[in-house]
Design a protein around this ligand. Sequence first.
Ligand code: HEC
Length: 449
Amino acid sequence: MRFLVSTLVFAGLATTGPAFADGYQRLEGHGGPIRGLSISADGHHALTASFDNSVGYWSLTGEATEPVWLDAHEAAANVATFLPGGDYALSAGDDFNLILWSLDNGTPVATLKGHKGKILDLSITSDGKLAASAGWDGFVGIWDLETRKPLAMLKGHRAPVQAVRFSADGKHLYSASSDSTVRRWTVADRAFDRVEVSHGFGVNRLVINDDAGWFAYGALDGGVRIVDIESGREISDITSGRQPVLALVLSRDGNRIAVGDGEGYIHVVDTTTWQTIRDFRAVPRGPVWALAFDPEARHIMAGTILDHADFWPVDDAVSVAESEGPIRAFHRDPATMTNGERQFARKCSICHTLDGTSGRRAGPTLYRIFGRKAGTLDGYQYSDALLGANLVWNDVSLDKLFDIGPDHYTPGSKMPMQRIVKREDRRDLIDYLRTATDGDDPLPGEKTE
Ligand code: HEC
């Protein structure tokens, strides 16, 4: 069953006509934070990659509609990007896979396997022939998008790779890593070329402006520096002091760069003068994970800790108040909750709802979980591990699930490794779930007499 979704449009109703009216527009429907964003070259479509495992393909023109949901990742989707032409998209995530999608019908046309860790970033050459991937296994992957085969797994970084970018001519590939370096590779012979930067803190994000001859990187300590490609000299330092840097994007004309950070701010800088255009808080609390400019860089779209992406008018953006906007359950004041509710809010609510719908969360709803046979909620795509598990959820099995962890209790499960060590915490959580998941409404697909 699909969770019904609407797109809210704010002041300046962008229902028809130009892709971006004044005011801002919200893409709403995901069941988890948005980790990756991109806008098509013509500005007519957007992709959102979410913690809820899915990628949304949105139309930004005409009537606000529900997106096409691209569902095939088995864990959080971290990045999604258009291929040139806009007919295909490539996404990657915590399931270690890259998926190539036909946007004509929203179906996966190839799954590219080779990484042994999460994939945090992708880059595609301007001719659309090659893709590169940044793996937490320390490898930089190069993939042939025509044969849909791996070409190389480049080894050199000594820690997770966080970001990759091809140069505009496709001859070089740059990669940034938690090992604090930015490295350059030559694509033709798939060889290490040189270390560009050694920053001292992990480097999270990377953009290249070939025309202007520089690249920019953003790091764990909040550092944002601009480096001359030829000389390796620092051209500018636009560090705001907020950390870590989680998102970095360049406008199409290269004249604007935007930084998203762990403290919820978006900092937009003019790259011709290195002066701040706008520095504003986009989310009351929590990180800005992803950013994308529209083709004219008049608007910037942000994916945050919240379940939706917002467009901001770059020149007029003003900070949200700390108290403003919807706050996720785990941001509520813990003092107002019982221990069981607190356990759920902190450890489960990001992936599970308690009502009759799964709400596009990564996991199935826990509504009426007591007495449910494992792996039997209609419409949810379980792992084989849960489909084959001969288990009924009750006090005993739920306690065991978090005592020894899903990886031991239901090996092969899609639910991430996690344990609740304290017996009282497990007991309080289960007590809370018993009342919070109770009800008389039928579950999706359930027969009613
Ligand atoms: C990061 C996401 C995530 C978190 C956090 C998480 N789960 Fe899950 N959970 C899942 C996924 C995904 C599945 C489906 C597993 C599968 O198909 O292998 C699942 C399955 C389950 C199931 C089995 C449901 C069924 O229909 O058989 C139960 C019960 C459950 N989770 C309870 C919890 C509780 C309680 C917590 C908090 C202590 C929790 N989960 C935290 C993602 C998560």
